[in-house]
Design a protein around this ligand. Sequence first.
Ligand code: ADP
Ligand code: MG
Length: 358
Amino acid sequence: MADAPRLQTDALTCAFDGRTVVENVSLSVAAGEVLCLLGPSGCGKSTTLRAIAGVEAPAAGRIRIDGREVCGPSALIPPERRGVGLIFQDFALFPHLSVADNVAFGLKGAKAEKRRRVKELLERVSLERYIDAYPHELSGGEQQRVALARAIAPRPRVMLMDEPFSGLDNRLRDGIRDDTLSVLKEEGAAVLLVTHEPEEAMRMADEIALMRRGRIVQQGAPYNIYNNPADRAAAAFFSDINVIEGEVQGALTDTPFGQFLAPGVADGTKVDIVIRPQHVRIDFDRAGQGPRPTVQDGTPARAVVTRARFIGKESLVEFRLDNGSAMSATVPSVFLPKPGTPMWLSIRRDRCFAFPRQ
Ligand code: ADP
Ligand code: MG
C-alpha cells in the first residue's frame, strides 16, 4: 500500500460569525514536498493554516496527519500533539533566551543530546558562531534562520509557514528562501507555505494551490499553473496580461491578430483572449508603415508606441492598436522606441488563453 500523504485536508470549511471564509479546501502534501497556498490577501490562507495547526476550529471537514485524523468527526487533537511546526512572519524569538536556548525550546530529552541537535541545526542554517548570542545581536535575516532552526528542531511531521519571508528585505530574501528550502527538504517534512506573492510560490513550491475567496481555484505544478491558467484572474495573478476582447460568430472570433477558432462555442458568446506581455512579438525589421508582414502565428497587427520604459533586465513597451485598444510587450534588455513610432505586433498563439467573459 502506498504511504498516506503526510498531510491531508478533506473539504475543510471555516467560518467566522456565520461567514464562510474557507470552503471545501482539500489539500494533500507528501513528505519532503512543498505545497504553496497562494492567493490575494484575505482569501483565507491563514485561516486554513490555523485550522491545520489546531488553533482555529473548522466548521466542517477533516484533517489527517500521517493518515491519522487530527480533526474531524472522530477526533480533535490539540495543537501541541499534532506534530506540526509553525513559522510566521513575526517569528518572535524569546529575547531573554540565547540562540541555543531558543532553538532548544521545544526539544525534550537529555541535555547533551539537545545541545547536539541545536549545533547541528545552527550549522545547517550557517549560524553556529552565534550559538551563545542573543536575538538582538542578530540581523532580521539571521533571526529568521534561528526561527527556522527552532521550528524544525523537534522534527515536525508537517511544517506550516505563513508568509515567513515577507518581513525581510529583498536582497536577503532570495538567499534565505533557498536555504530554508534545502533545510526543509533534508528534514523531509511536508511543508505548507502560505504566500500572496506568485514569485515566491514559483520559487519555492513543488505544487501551487491557487486560492480565491476561500476556495482552491486551481492546483498543479508551478509550470502548469503559469502556462495553463484556469481563468482570466488566475492568469492575471502571475503577471500583467493583455486582454483582447472578442465575440464568437460562426465558431470564429475576429481580433486584430486575425481569427481565432472557437469550436463549439455559441454565436454571440463574448470571449477574452489573454496573452502575457512576454509573448507579444515586435517586428523589429520593419517600421509599421510597410506592408503587413506574414508570420506563422496569425496576422500581425499595426500598433503605435505610447510609452517605453526600461524596468531592469527588460523593457516594457506599451502600444495602442489601430482599433484603440492597449497592448504591452516586454523585450529583453534595452529597447526604448519613441512614442508615436508605428510597429507591427504579433502574438504567440500557443501562448494565448481564451476564456468566456465573466
Ligand atoms: P489571508 O491569510 O488569505 O490574508 P485570512 O485567512 O487571514 O486571509 O482571512 C480570511 C477572511 O477571514 C478575511 O475576510 C478575514 O477578515 C476573516 N477573518 C480572519 N480571521 C478572523 C477572525 N478571527 N474573526 C473574524 N474574521 C476573521
Ligand atoms: Mg494571512
